[in-house]
Design a protein around this ligand. Structure first.
Ligand code: C5P
Length: 230
C-alpha cells in the first residue's frame, strides 16, 4: 500500500449481521462524502458465484481461486447499492438466507479471506472510506481513525432481518431466522482466522434499544471528537 493510501482516513464499523452496521456505515459515508465498502457483500458475491457454478462451501482451493478472480462492480442507486457480478445485476440475490449461510461458511476459509484483502484495501481512496464488516478495524484497516463495534441482541437482530426480508416480499419465519443468526454468530465468532470480535481500541455500541438515527448521532459525535483532538 502506498504512503498516500495509508494517509487516507478510514472509519471502521464492525459487528454481527442485523446490528445495523451496514445502514449506519452507508449513511455516515453519505454524510461525510466518503467512499463506502460493504465487505460482507464481497463474501456474499463469492457465495453467489460459487452457488451458480456448483462449487461446494468447503472447497477451499476452488473458492479461493473464485474470490481472486471475481468480476465485480458496485454502483449506487437512490436508496442503496447496485451490485454486478460478471456484468449481471444480482443485487436482489445477495441478502437471501442461503447466500448468508454459504458466505459465512466460505468466510471461514483462509484462502478466501486472503484473496479478498487486496480488493478491500483498494477501496481506500481520498477523501476517506467508511468500511463495514467483521474485521475492518482488527485486520483490514488496523490504522482506522475511528473503530466502532456495533452489536444488538440476537432477538433484536432477527426481528430487524425479518422486517427487511418481509418488506422485500420474501417468505420468512422469525424463529428460523433467529436460529440462523445464532448459528452464523457462532461460526463467525469461533473461526480461527479473523473471528468476529471487537478490536481492542473499538468503541462498542449496543443498539438493541436504539434506532439507526440514535446510533448515527453517537457515531458522528465520536467522529467529531476525533477531529477536535487532531
Ligand atoms: O455483513 P454480512 O452479513 O453481509 O456478511 C456476510 C458474511 O460474510 C458474514 O456472515 C461473515 O461470515 C462474512 N464476513 C466476514 N468478514 C467481513 C464481512 C463479512 O467474514 N469483513
Amino acid at each position: 500500500m502506498s504512503a498516500q493510501q495509508t494517509s487516507v482516513p478510514v472509519v471502521a464499523i464492525d459487528g454481527p449481521g442485523g446490528s445495523g452496521k451496514g445502514t449506519v456505515a452507508m449513511r455516515l459515508a453519505q454524510d461525510l462524502g466518503w467512499h463506502f465498502l460493504d465487505s460482507g457483500a464481497l463474501y456474499r458475491l463469492v457465495a453467489v458465484a460459487a452457488m451458480d457454478r456448483g462449487i461446494a462451501a468447503d472447497d477451499e482451493a476452488a473458492l479461493g481461486r473464485l474470490a481472486e478472480g471475481l468480476d465485480v462492480n458496485f454502483g449506487v442507486s437512490g436508496d442503496g447499492m447496485l451490485v454486478l457480478l460478471d456484468g449481471n445485476y444480482i443485487t436482489g440475490r445477495l441478502r437471501s438466507e442461503p447466500v448468508s449461510a454459504f458466505s459465512s461458511r466460505a468466510a471461514a476459509l483462509p484462502a478466501v479471506r486472503a484473496a479478498l484483502v487486496r480488493r478491500q484495501r483498494a477501496f481506500r481512496k481520498p477523501p476517506g472510506l467508511v468500511a463495514d464488516g467483521r474485521d475492518m478495524g482488527s485486520v483490514i484497516f488496523p490504522d482506522a481513525r475511528l473503530k466502532v463495534f456495533l452489536t444488538a441482541s440476537p432477538d433484536a437482530r432477527a426481528a430487524r432481518r425479518y422486517k427487511q426480508l418481509k418488506e422485500k416480499g420474501e417468505n420468512v419465519n422469525l424463529s428460523r431466522l433467529l436460529e440462523e443468526i445464532r448459528k452464523r454468530d457462532e461460526r463467525d465468532s469461533s473461526r480461527a482466522i479473523s473471528p468476529l470480535k471487537p478490536a481492542p481500541d473499538a468503541h462498542i455500541i449496543d443498539s438493541t434499544e436504539m434506532s439507526i438515527d440514535d446510533v448515527l448521532i453517537i457515531v458522528h459525535g465520536l467522529f467529531q471528537g476525533l477531529s477536535a483532538d487532531d
